[in-house]
Design a protein around this ligand. Structure first.
Ligand SMILES: Cc1cc2nc3c(=O)[nH]c(=O)nc-3n(C[C@H](O)[C@H](O)[C@H](O)COP(=O)(O)OP(=O)(O)OC[C@H]3O[C@@H](n4cnc5c(N)ncnc54)[C@H](O)[C@@H]3O)c2cc1C
Length: 809
């Protein structure tokens, strides 16, 4: 071992070795993997080695595809077999609803370019003769599944990294991590001190402990998991070549070929945590004695589905530990406030995700940018709340227990809730609010018609839609109040505020008393935020963004913040309020303010401090519903008083509380995009239409060169609004859009436009198709529906209502 490297990767599991390989691949070869014991000595050695490309997040799914595809290259470069069997995999549907879901999953595969297909129960049993087809509705075959040898794969990555110049140091625990005055990392290790520029935490079962060495408490926790391996089974032995893996979606089990027997793993409904802080340092390559009683209910179902297991001997049990995060995806990337420390941990599907993680971390270290939209695994997607013991236990248990349980798109899951509530929570609750959760915060979805109303879990439109329709109608005909606690706010002040924001934001800064939309770009010209900027005073600005992006945005802001002259404060929890919009919203506001809020005195995009009722507020003339509207922001301790005063003033003007579902319907009627759907890290101003507010002639903003290049060269896809001939279900996200069997686009969000009575979808569609505007088809819950691109939004296309001016034409 040398005493200095550019990068030290802590941990020689499948993830750490992949990170080192990818760094070397990018030309950064002054890298060492420092491993406590032997390679694979954490979770990796006893894994079942299964892999698959499917993931609810399409960007992560693409990286999983990349992972699977890369094994051949790693084998070639290392001259070592990873023992891969690309056997394909079968998911079994035991209920009609699950069968419908598999059909829509097939459409998802088609959108992703995977050659999946449906099977009858008998066809499934033909491919895997130990499957009992009784009671099955059908199955889905996915060719991008299989299994490999975990030990072989890890050593292959390590050898391939070594061949490119990286070093692997074994039997050497990292004892502590410290930042030196020179800005390096000093690692005390069992074999002596080492310094480096970057340190990567790929500590697997110990990653939480490694994180705490630098003051970071990662939201991950080890949990226990069982699988068994059987003696030879004649029906399996008789199969020449690979046998597809099987996931029994109603049975909590997965099965794959292991020699001439099978391996059966169980995701039980009452999972068990183990050493929440991370394994002890002296924990070796140990297994636990099997605890069959704990998994008996799920095993019993498994033995009904695979009856031969009742008669065959069990060769060995594996009962080991691996780490989970609240949403089951890994924790990857830099951590705000800890320069050159990188997370590459919390990975529960190492053999599907190791290369995706390695690629993102290597790109990020080398280029300062992961190169892909990796928000779904970005360590910044969770706030500090996620590391609270109770929250972490509940959410990880929920994820584990529901690994194979069908999730409905409108289903609200209970774990870790309620965690954060606003001062109006009880008021909303007593008014029948049904809540969803945003970064731990309870947010009204809609206000139910009666206390005993229960929403049905469904793949289509739910029985809550008539209520949502009433909320939409209230906004279109009178007024709706929408809580805006789930907007993040940052106050930027100081003599350097203007010049800093001018560089950070791609739009021109507003005059005092005005608001602007302000896309934020990376150097590569990709979107990093769809903020609005309000100028309250010459040197006082508010940036408004998405609530759940706080850690992500703060990391970006701080990376670019000058040492002096600018003060940045996150005031999200200190300020809340309501967005009141609809034709009567001005009349409501006028009852509460002394200021003149007429169109002439307080036009669209104006912002001003004014007393609203009993409280000093900041009021912005802005709305996402397409109606005349105001955002009223007050100190959090006045938030509830504002609600009561608004309700009193609004009683005779038809004011109604509205939730997220109504807002979605309203914004789609106007074709407005939002972050994580239309606007994402892999999007650009030209694609998303945000180029209309980019000040191309403004010097020096981040991403200008790339944005200019894009304007010059044009874009491959553009954001458009579609009308879809859907019957009882709407598009939601990631559905494919087709023209003569060719994929020409993908849906970013969809909803029923209750006022315009159309099923609507925003989507990225190939530019030539956008221009030709032919009849298209859109996959909606597995069925192809006709759809067409709208030239203008179906509601108030001229924007006269929003601006409160006479309609054009
Ligand atoms: C029973 C079971 C079955 C599984 N089946 C599958 C499967 O089929 N498919 C799949 O994809 N995944 C499976 N997994 C999960 C899989 O094992 C993990 O996703 C994967 O191994 C995680 O790899 P890692 O490199 O992140 O962590 P680990 O394998 O835990 O590696 C971390 C390494 O870091 C080292 N380390 C930690 N701290 C230090 C330190 N301070 N100094 C030096 N070194 C340190 C450790 O010694 C260890 O070797 C299974 C897990 C279990 C338990």
């Amino acid at each position: 071992m040398k005493d200095r490297y550019q990068v030290v990767v802590i941990g020689g599991g499948i993830v750490g070795c992949s990170v080192a390989y990818h760094l070397a691949l990018r030309g950064l070869t002054d890298v060492a993997v420092v491993e406590r014991r032997e390679l694979t000595a954490g979770s990796t050695w006893h894994a079942a080695g299964g892999f698959h490309a499917i993931n609810a997040d399409t960007r992560i799914a693409a990286l999983q595809k990349y992972t699977i595809g890369l094994y051949a290259q790693v084998e070639r470069e290392s001259s070592r077999s990873v023992g891969i069997h690309l056997s394909g995999g079968i998911e079994l549907a035991g209920t009609a609803e699950r069968w419908r879901l598999l059909r829509s999953e097939l459409a998802w595969h088609r959108m992703m370019g995977t050659d999946a297909h449906l099977l009858s129960p008998e066809e499934a049993a033909e491919l895997v003769p130990i499957v009992n087809p009784t009671g099955l509705f059908g199955a889905l075959f996915d060719p991008e599944e299989g299994n490999l040898d975990p030990n072989g794969a890890t050593h292959a990555y390590a050898d391939a990294a070594r061949a490119r110049g990286a070093e692997i140091v074994l039997q050497n625990r990292v004892l502590s991590l410290e930042r030196t005055d020179a800005g390096e990392w000093l690692l005390e290790t069992e074999q002596g001190p080492v310094t480096c520029d970057h340190v990567v935490n790929a500590g697997g079962l110990w990653a939480r402990r490694v994180g705490r060495m630098v003051g970071v408490d990662h939201p991950l926790t080890p949990m226990l998991h069982h699988y068994l391996v059987t003696e030879d089974i004649p029906q399996v032995k008789a199969i020449e070549g690979d046998m597809p893996a099987v996931t029994d979606l109603e049975g909590f089990t997965y099965l794959q070929r292991e020699g001439d027997g099978v391996l059966l793993g169980v995701y039980e409904t009452h999972p068990k945590h183990w050493m929440p802080e991370g394994a002890d340092w002296d924990f070796g390559m140990e297994l636990f004695g099997e605890d069959i009683g704990r998994i008996l209910p799920e095993l019993t179902i498994g033995f009904e589905r695979f009856p031969v297991l009742k008669d065959v001997g069990i060769k060995r049990w594996v009962y080991g530990a691996f780490t989970f995060t609240p949403d089951g995806n890994p924790l990857v990337g830099p951590v705000d406030g800890v320069p050159n420390y990188w997370a590459a941990c919390g990975c529960m599907a190492g053999f599907s995700q190791c290369a995706g993680i390695g690629l993102a971390v290597a790109n990020w270290i080398v280029d300062g940018d992961p190169g892909y939209d990796v928000f779904g695994m970005d360590v910044a997607r969770f706030g500090s709340y996620a590391s609270d013991d109770a929250y972490l236990r509940e959410t990880t248990a929920q994820f584990y227990a529901r690994r194979f349980v069908m999730a409905y798109p409108n289903e609200e899951l209970p774990a870790g809730r309620p965690l954060k509530t606003t001062p109006c929570f009880d008021d909303f609750d007593s008014e029948g609010a049904r809540f969803t959760v945003n970064w731990g915060l309870e947010v009204p979805l809609y206000f139910a018609p009666s206390p005993d109303f229960e929403e049905n879990d469904t793949l289509g439109r739910s029985n809550a839609e008539p209520t949502v329709a009433e909320e939409v109608e209230a906004v279109r005909s009178a007024a709706g109040a929408y809580e805006i606690a789930q907007y993040a706010r940052y106050e930027v002040t100081g003599g350097g505020a203007e010049s800093w924001l001018d560089r950070l934001l791609s739009s021109r800064l507003p005059e005092v008393g005005r608001i602007r939309l302000a896309p934020m770009l990376s150097e590569a010209g990709r979107l990093v935020g769809d903020l609005t900027v309000s100028r309250l005073d010459e040197d006082r600005f508010w940036l408004t963004g998405s609530y759940y992006l706080q850690d992500w945005h703060l990391r970006w802001f701080r990376q670019h913040l000058p040492e002096r002259g600018v003060e940045l404060r996150n005031v999200t929890e200190d300020r809340m309020g309501f967005s009141v919009s609809g034709p009567t919203s001005r009349a409501i506001l006028e009852r509460l303010v002394r200021d003149d809020v007429s169109n002439a005195a307080f036009p669209f995009f104006a912002v001003r401090r004014m007393d609203v009722g009993s409280t000093q507020a900041v009021v912005g003339r802005i709305s996402l519903t397409g109606e005349l509207g105001y955002e009223i922001v007050v100190p959090t301790d006045r938030h509830r008083a504002l609600l009561h005063e608004l309700r009193e003033a609004g009683a005779e003007h038809g004011l109604r509380l509205i939730g997220d579902r109504a807002l979605d319907s309203l914004r789609l009627e106007k074709g407005y995009g939002i972050w994580s759907a239309e606007f994402r890290q892999d999007g650009t101003p030209g694609m998303s239409g945000l180029d209309r507010v980019v000040a191309f002639d403004k010097d020096g903003f981040i991403g200008r060169e790339a944005a200019l290049r894009e304007r010059e060269e044009g874009v491959r896809q553009r954001l458009v609004l579609l009308e879809v001939d859907a019957a009882d279900a709407d598009a939601s996200m990631d559905e494919g859009i087709w023209l003569d069997g060719r994929r020409v686009g993908v849906v970013t969000s969809g909803a029923y436009g209750h006022h315009v009575k159309k099923s609507l979808a925003l989507a990225y569609v190939d530019t030539d198709v956008v221009e030709a505007r032919p009849e298209l088809t859109v996959d909606v819950v597995g069925e192809e529906r006709a759809g067409r691109i709208l030239i203008e939004p179906p509601y108030d296309p001229s924007g006269s209502k929003l601006r409160d001016v006479a309609p054009v034409g």
